[in-house]
Design a protein around this ligand. Structure first.
Ligand SMILES: Cc1cc2nc3c(=O)[nH]c(=O)nc-3n(C[C@H](O)[C@H](O)[C@H](O)COP(=O)(O)OP(=O)(O)OC[C@H]3O[C@@H](n4cnc5c(N)ncnc54)[C@H](O)[C@@H]3O)c2cc1C
Length: 428
């Protein structure tokens, strides 16, 4: 007979969103069950942010050495030991893993169950045949997976995604990347800097969700570093033979074949909803994810959905933000509302890109600099607040102040302001 567990909160998925909900609930003394079918830590730790940023960090070191001559410093020809780079990436994961581990969460008072969760009805979730969980509230935090485009030949050709690319222990001689979004371009630049020839193919425009002027700055830099970017051209089919991979491009003037050694597919994400039994629990969903209201509740009022599975911005900080809102709503019954415009995003190419409502930063350190703007927007500060602050010179932080002053200058010199100044002067 199945073990029947009664609990206050049942969280499905131990990634960026689910872990935050479970840890916070346990800290408040709320009985919580956390179900994970794969690796604790989810995508961010195992196949997303952590390995990609570790790889990018190694690539940045290689680039700095290559650029050092401009500062009068010359190094020996750069030698990349890709096996060591691979080890460094996995050491970064291993260093963080204890924080997200089953042991840590069990110690916090969370009941951690390994296995795939599926709804049996509106308020019961099963894991295999052995466990059934009945909870007051459920949180679905099942994340997303790489979406593979229907390119003929792709299913049989060897290809990498973010789930496998960090397992490479040798640097590809020629990496073909399909997809010029943030993931494709971050990895393209990292592999290029570590010694690979890289060609990126994008059917639409590269970094299509970004401000075109800022995207241009990034794309220019990538091309200067030797990455070939083919945009507005679709891959018609993929062939593979003798450890070679061919991407056949369908251009207006006929077909063109690009030959590489490895293929990376980075063409977007699809929410992990398969096998969850959402219909049995009356939870509405669509191709982008589970349908939620502004308070992250699904069509089943007992169930919330957060993070990538909820179809909004797909970032770790968005999943954690959602988690915080769900805690307030589910535990304290407070009204909550997702403010998507306050969720920033950074593409970790060099230079980065990051945008909050009305502000985009492109350049070195953009990911750090955006934080002040997020604070300003979330606190409703006027841009004058930036113009008035004293920032140390010379620092990158001055950029925000400069931008504010540039924005305000036309207003300060308007005839209306000049008239006020004239009036005050006449008063003596
Ligand atoms: C290469 C790459 C780089 C990235 N870099 C960044 C970055 O720098 N910054 C950033 O903010 N974001 C980044 N992201 C995005 C970030 O990884 C995700 O947005 C984040 O992990 C989503 O968190 P989540 O909790 O929704 O899902 P996940 O972290 O994916 O966790 C979902 C968990 O649910 C489990 N699960 C799924 N179905 C079930 C089931 N039925 N039963 C039990 N468990 C289940 C999965 O195994 C998984 O562990 C990156 C993504 C990629 C691919």
């Amino acid at each position: 007979m199945a073990e029947r567990i009664k609990t206050d909160l049942c969280v499905i998925g131990a990634g960026s969103g689910g872990l935050v909900v479970a840890a916070a609930a346990a800290a408040f003394g709320v009985p919580v069950v956390l179900i994970e079918k794969g690796r604790m830590g989810g995508e961010c730790l195992n196949t997303g942010c952590v390995p990609s940023k570790a790889l990018i960090a190694a690539a940045k070191r290689a680039r700095s050495i290559a650029e050092a001559a401009a500062f009068g410093i010359t190094a020996q020809p750069i030698a990349v030991d890709f096996g060591r780079v691979h080890a460094h990436v996995h050491e970064a994961i291993a260093a963080i893993a204890p924080n997200d581990s089953r042991e840590r969460f069990t110690g916090l008072g969370v009941r951690v169950i390994e296995g795939a969760a599926r709804f049996k009805n509106k308020r019961t979730v099963a894991v295999g045949e052995a466990i059934e969980i009945r909870a007051r509230r459920f949180v679905i935090a099942t994340g997303s997976s790489p979406a593979l485009p229907p390119i003929p030949g792709l299913d049989t050709a060897p290809h990498l995604t973010n789930e496998t690319v960090f397992d490479l222990a040798i640097c590809p001689a020629h990496l073909i990347v399909i997809g010029a979004g943030p993931v494709g371009l971050e990895l393209a630049q990292a592999f290029r800097r570590l010694g690979a020839e890289v060609t990126v193919v994008e059917a639409a425009a590269p970094l299509a969700h970004e401000d075109p002027e800022c995207a241009e700055v990034v794309l220019d830099q990538l091309e200067r570093e030797g990455i070939a970017i083919r945009s507005g051209v679709a891959v018609a089919r993929v062939n593979s033979a003798d450890s070679k991979i061919e991407a056949v491009l369908a251009g207006t003037s006929g077909e063109e074949t690009i030959e590489g050694t490895h293929l990376l597919v980075a063409t977007g994400r699809r929410p992990n909803l398969d096998g969850l039994g959402l219909d049995r629990a009356r939870i509405k969903h669509g191709p982008k994810g589970i349908i939620v209201d502004k308070g992250l509740r699904t069509s089943n009022r007992r169930v919330y959905a957060i993070g990538d599975a909820a179809g909004g911005p797909q970032f770790t900080h968005a999943a954690s933000y959602h988690a915080g809102l769900v805690i307030r709503s589910a535990l304290f019954r407070l009204p909550v509302r997702v403010e998507e415009e306050a969720i920033p995003r950074v593409t970790f190419t060099d230079p980065e890109q990051g945008r909050i409502l009305g502000a985009t930063i492109v350049g070195a350190g953009a990911g750090e600099l955006i934080a002040t703007w997020v604070l300003a927007i979330s606190r409703g500060l006027n841009i004058r607040a930036f113009a008035g602050i004293v920032v140390p010179y010379p620092t990158l932080a001055e950029i925000g102040k400069r931008a504010a002053i540039t924005y305000l200058t036309p207003r300060l010199t308007s005839p209306w302001v000049r008239r006020i100044i004239g009036f005050l002067r006449r008063l003596g």
